[in-house]
Ligand binder design. Sequence first.
Ligand code: IMP
Length: 429
Amino acid sequence: MSNVTVIGTQWGDEGKGKIVDWLASRADIVVRFQGGHNAGHTLVVGDQVYKLSLLPSGLVRGKTGVIGNGVVVDPEALLTEIDRVTAQGLTVTPETLWIAENAPLILPIHAATDRAREAARGERKIGTTGRGIGPAYEDKVARRAIRLCDLAEPETLDWKLDELLLHHNTLLAGLGADTFTKQALLDHLNRLAPRVLPFACSVWERLDEARRAGRRILFEGAQAVMLDVDHGTYPFVTSSNTIAAVAASGSGVGPSSIGFVLGIAKAYATRVGEGPFPSELHDETGRTLGQRGHEFGTVTGRPRRCGWFDAMLARRAVKVGGVNGIALTKLDVLDGLDEVKICTSYTLDGKSITSFPASPAAQARVKPVYETMPGWSETTQGARSWADLPAQAIKYVRRIEELIEAPVTLLSTSPERDDTILMRDPFED
Ligand code: IMP
């Protein structure tokens, strides 16, 4: 019996929510290990639609949810989300939600710095979610972060706020943005502390106990490998590592505990924010994919850029992410197209290249090389077995497997939880 770690293999928004929800129903504990409330998961359960940014998806299934030390936690966003799902009928208590006491916090000053810097970048902006994720991770590494446990220590909070304000106010003033007072931040934290602190605990210890008791743990990644701060399309990335290895360090378990790594890939590609996207479509087909796939950001509502499946980048995500199997989503969005294309290699300045370059200047000049396959007129929507799929759709999936060097172990054919074809149960691996 294995644990399972789920990561995105493209630029996020691969439809992780549904897969994680499906897996969560078979797990005991669901752990978030990186990112923050920049993530957006939509879960459709019966007639209820849950939009989660920070809370682990398992809570919707009545499982224990864990926010690990690798996550940056905005306490205000957390409480707003808890209130929202509570109004939808869920129960969130310190018994069902554990938050690492050593998790760094996002304060309003982080979002202000994030937005002021983006504005200053002008045309070179990254297209961040503006939620303070980057500045909060920077503060963690710079050793000036306020962590959840600090909310219980007024003296620590006092000197840490001085250090934080010195850094951020200097920057904000330099950028011509409004600065913050210590009292405003202190009031903010003191107001939230009594409701947030009861969730704080020693997550590594509880996970160790759970592991030894044989409980099934699902590690739920946010964003995706192409947004990884090391392995993604830097600098157009998020500020955390998003690969499966981080499930261990971001929650306090050993690397052998992360289990089967399930990579989520959409049957085409999308991206929000700026940055290179070699297989992006600027034509009618791109618009069709966007409309059919309802490609609008869960967090920001921005329309997503759409394009063909990029097997070069997905293969790389499989390798650096340590992916054992793929869950392919939204195949039905391609139904009815005369032909479908897969990006199988690139050219750079007219020369064929076998790997996506690291330099952003070269990345922007990369041109895709496509393999074209006939489309299928039949619907794949709602298919629940391999036999329900048209032959051309099967060929398309098989070709993807071949190119990215990973098996498709799960196929999702609609937003409904049960419209899933399971080739291999990752928990049984
Ligand atoms: P940040 O994470 O807010 O700093 O944004 C950095 C980049 O990551 C931007 O291009 C965002 O659009 C992108 N990003 C962050 N979170 C997500 C996500 O959950 N899905 C897709 N893109 C994301």
